[in-house]
Write a protein that binds this ligand. Structure first.
Ligand code: GLN
Length: 447
């Protein structure tokens, strides 16, 4: 990672093909830092002073960051250099990058396919070898699912491990900054530097995270749990299941214990996510009113100014989420939707707690499908289902990671591990152990 050479001309040429970078800028880190001049890119919903912070939305198209997020500040202190900002689904709402106001990102493996999302730009720049790592945010899978679709590693730490100060809020009880990188080691190094208590985010944990010192030590008798529901739920591609079964065989051959368990509430995760996340989003996004930030469509009254600004500034998917969230939080429906979803969230947590008494991690495919072609998915529901396996980690605040475990029809395939909250170091060790078995994928040449 240290000697990675950032070639601006080449990066621009590649970007013309994949549309992954919204803004090129150079912000140098601390000259005395260990990683001085190592380049990285930042998802454009994380504030970096000296760059815009568009959230890939028209409403913030001309908004300049007024400060630098704590996570980025810590990387700059360690010497890393910000090279720009990456494209995403508008306000991180989406799993395909198609909701960006600046056009979709393309998957470096096949330009006709989606890169996943919402951190699709961050995944694509790593897969296209522009930078060794990029930052993303993960509310329901936005670091891990694009990592899987682009053949790289995506790590979402425990909720509260990394400060959200400077991350544009989507669903505050689920949001977490994460790392997209070529391998597990780099994800661990970068996350460790970003982690730790921050006075500017009261949800950060007061822990001195050590994610790297034992990374290469194998966990003896590593025990993984597979939810048996995977083989029963609808909407999972047969090719994905076959590959997953194949992966399990390789793990067992390598001496890893893999057993089936039950996660009875797994089947509700997508439903409760699409109540909880939009509810929080509808509240968080109320700040974009044309008065304080970004776009303003001046009208005669304050109310019509709000309406016109928001109608012009937000895209379809963001509006859909705001509508859903306003509905599920409304006094007539609160108990039927939000309160109920919160209860199921607790039950899901109980399911996982039980499993973590006996297992080091829960193993699933990262996504139930392979990266689809643009236009292949028809309804919002099909998009929402892509997060079936990644959402639980956000719901229970647990660390989770996607690593590549092979290819199907020349498309990358990723598997996913969730460990108990705070056990990020153990999760990364397990991931490293699996990476040693499956290897690191050779990445495609875009030019
Ligand atoms: N794809 C999910 C959504 O559309 C997750 C997004 C995220 O993690 N930011 O909400």
């Amino acid at each position: 990672m240290k000697n990675f050479n950032f070639d601006l001309e080449k990066a621009k040429k590649i970007n013309n093909k994949i549309n992954a970078i919204i803004e090129f800028t150079r912000i140098d880190g601390n000259k005395d830092g260990k990683y001085y001049s190592t380049p990285f890119l930042v998802k454009d919903n994380i504030q970096v002073k000296g760059t815009k912070n568009t959230c890939a939305s028209k409403i913030l198209e001309n908004y300049n960051s007024t400060y630098t997020a704590t996570a980025v500040e810590r990387l700059l202190n360690a010497g890393f250099t910000v090279m720009g900002k990456t494209n995403l689904d508008e306000f991180a709402m989406g799993g395909s990058n198609e909701t960006s106001a600046f056009g979709a990102v393309k998957n470096p493996w096949d330009l006709k396919r989606i890169p996943g999302g919402s951190s699709g730009g961050s995944a694509a720049v790593v897969a296209a070898k522009i930078v060794p790592f990029a930052l993303g945010s993960d509310t329901g899978g936005s670091v891990r699912q694009p990592a899987s679709f682009c053949g790289i590693v995506g790590f979402k730490p425990t909720y509260g491990a990394i400060s959200r100060y400077g991350l544009s809020a989507f669903a505050s009880s689920l949001d977490q900054i994460g790392v997209l990188s070529r391998n597990v080691e780099n994800a661990a190094i970068v996350a460790e530097i970003m982690s730790g208590r921050d006075e500017n985010d009261s949800t950060t944990l007061d822990i001195k995270w050590d994610l790297t010192s034992n990374l290469n030590k194998e966990i003896e008798g590593l025990k993984l749990a597979i939810p048996k529901e995977i083989f029963e739920l609808e909407g999972i591609d047969k090719k994905v299941l076959d590959m997953f079964k194949d992966n399990i065989k390789s793990l067992k051959n390598a001496g890893i214990i893999v057993e089936e368990v039950s996660i009875p509430h797994l089947k509700y995760t997508v439903s409760i996510y699409y109540i909880i996340a939009p509810s929080e989003a509808s509240s968080n996004l109320s700040r974009y009113d044309g008065i304080r930030f970004g776009l303003r469509k001046e009208e005669k009254t304050i109310k019509t100014t709000y309406m016109k600004t928001r109608d012009n500034g937000f895209g379809m998917e963001v509006k859909r989420r705001i509508f859903m969230g306003a509905f599920t939080l409304s006094s007539a429906y609160y108990d039927a939707y939000y309160a109920k979803a919160a209860k199921i969230r607790n039950l899901l947590n109980n399911d996982f707690e039980k499993i973590f008494e006996n297992y080091d991690a829960v193993l699933t495919p990262t996504s139930p499908i392979l990266p689809p072609k643009f236009g292949e998915l028809k309804s919002p529901l099909q998009y929402y289902l892509m997060d079936l396996f990644t959402i639980p980690a956000n719901m229970i605040g647990a660390p989770a990671i996607s690593i590549p475990s092979g290819k199907i029809d020349n498309l990358p395939f990723g598997i996913h591990l969730i460990s108990k909250p705070i056990e990020d170091a153990k999760l990364l060790r397990a991931a490293k152990q699996l990476e040693n078995i499956f290897g690191i994928l050779d990445l495609p040449e875009v030019l």
